[in-house]
Design a protein around this ligand. Sequence first.
Ligand code: HEC
Length: 198
Amino acid sequence: MNKILLGSIITLIVIIAISFIYMSSGIYNLSATKPHMKVTESAIHIMKGKSIKANSKNIEVPNLDDKNLVLNGYEGYDAMCVTCHAAPGKSASVIADGLYPPPPELNNKEIYEEWNEKELFWIIKNGIKLTGMPAYGPTHSDEDLWAIVAFLNRLPVMTEKEYKEMGEENKNIKDGYHRGDVNQENVHIHKDGKKHVH
Ligand code: HEC
């Protein structure tokens, strides 16, 4: 019995020593152009799913069915996410082409089969460690981030034309703010769901 214990301890020490030599030798290539081995990729994928689901499970989802919120979310998405995740009628930038893991296009239904609203909020707020996905929590309020989730709810079925129209609607309202003839209280939503300024 003691021999088995001693054997296990020696094996463990040898494994730790080999790992240490490997890590400090510089053999491992950290280049973003060298994909992980399939087994490492699967392990990271499983850990990512479990971690995001466990950490987001107690988040409470506010009402996201609000056209005004969706419009604010459009603004955030267009300014902060298109570079990496593209949008209907807009490609991602060269930054996205060089990232590993690659950022997925977010106007794809499969994304929303994998992640629910809590999980999307968590991802945007916290980012994903050791990938190019930034955390927006340190710089943005929860309300701004929920607005982006509200926008993402519409994104997979959004056409290029609708995306453009949202941009124009948002710009008209913002131009009003800049001229000083509009303030937040003057903007309201009609029954047809359109955002109006009076
Ligand atoms: C600098 C590039 C970059 C920017 C900007 C960026 N992301 Fe990401 N994002 C990534 C990368 C890379 C991943 C993939 C991470 C991975 O595979 O684990 C990712 C993953 C995600 C995912 C999870 C999708 C999945 O299945 O892996 C969501 C949701 C997401 N981003 C939303 C956003 C939103 C919303 C914004 C803007 C507020 C944003 N991202 C801005 C690079 C970016």
